[in-house]
Write a protein that binds this ligand. Structure first.
Ligand code: 2HA
Ligand code: ZN
Length: 275
């Protein structure tokens, strides 16, 4: 099968375009990666060729040795993925040590996988273990309203989780574990990858102060939907804070507990503090 005809490749391209249409990917902002299933690699293996040497990832991900990923390219624009996926994206293989990768498809006009490859792969490693192999998608986007909130809310998991939960009743059901927050750090390297993957042991969402968000999920629908839900909640909070500094009414801790019971989710008490 042609790589571009594979269902997962179509899903990857669609998700990039959906993110572009949401306004989360100005210029070359944001990146997406997908851990490819063995049977999906089998379908396209005739089109995969190692034309490149092994290169350092910049960190070690031994749990991902021998895995294959589809990733967006460094400096590439989400806006262009749908028009020319072979220029904007690549399929890479991780070596046996989990410290190097090589390109097997894509980036036909040159280039490297996303500058955030260390964060993507460290998050994949943590989520693969935590979800028993179920999570396959890591998505980074420059979500406007979440970024705006990182200038006004305390940069704590507690403040962000509670405020975002309060903004839409579905939120605690969609991300019951809450969200983690990383203070401002230099992007692209191992340090921010370590800090983010540490949070991903607990959460499916990590917010990067003054930068954007990382989400993890089982498939494209769930992961895009998670990003969309968190960002929409942030938009409601931005609108609310623009009208008033004090909410007249909101969802109360006991109401969250009642919701958790009916929707069969566990909401950590850490986020149900009295204000
Ligand atoms: O430009 O989003 O974090 C890609 C990025 C870096
Ligand atoms: Zn970014």
């Amino acid at each position: 099968m042609k790589v571009l005809d594979a269902k997962f490749v179509q899903g990857f391209i669609r998700m990039c375009n959906d993110g572009w249409e949401q306004g989360w990917h100005e210029r070359n902002g944001g990146n997406l990666s997908y851990r490819i299933k063995a049977e999906e690699i089998e379908e396209i293996k005739d089109e995969l060729t190692a034309t490149d040497d092994w290169r350092e990832i910049g960190t070690e991900v031994p749990e991902l040795s021998g895995e294959y990923f589809m990733v967006t390219g460094s400096g590439k624009y989400f806006r262009n993925v749908i028009l020319d996926p072979e220029d904007s994206c690549s399929i890479i293989e991780i070596d046996e040590s989990g410290s190097r990768y090589r390109i097997l498809w894509g980036l036909v006009n040159g280039g490297r996988p996303t500058s955030e490859l260390p964060s993507h792969l460290m998050n994949h490693e943590v989520k693969k273990i935590a979800s028993g192999g179920a999570h396959r998608v890591i998505y980074h986007a420059h979500t406007t309203n979440v970024i705006a909130l990182t200038f006004v809310l305390p940069l704590t998991d507690e403040a962000f989780t509670r405020e975002l939960w309060e903004m839409a009743t579905e939120c605690p059901v969609v991300f019951p574990a809450g969200v983690g927050v990383v203070g401002w750090m230099v992007p692209g390297g191992r340090d921010i990858a370590v800090a983010t993957s540490e949070l991903m042991k607990k959460y499916d969402v990590a917010i990067w102060a003054h930068h954007g968000m990382f989400c993890s999920g089982e498939d494209f629908d769930l992961t895009f939907g998670l990003m969309h839900t968190v960002e929409k909640s942030a938009e409601i909070l931005v609108k609310t804070l623009s009208m008033t500094s004090e909410k007249r009414q909101t969802i109360q801790p006991d109401e969250f507990r009642a919701l958790a019971k009916d929707f069969k989710v566990e909401l950590p008490e850490q986020f149900l503090y009295e204000k």
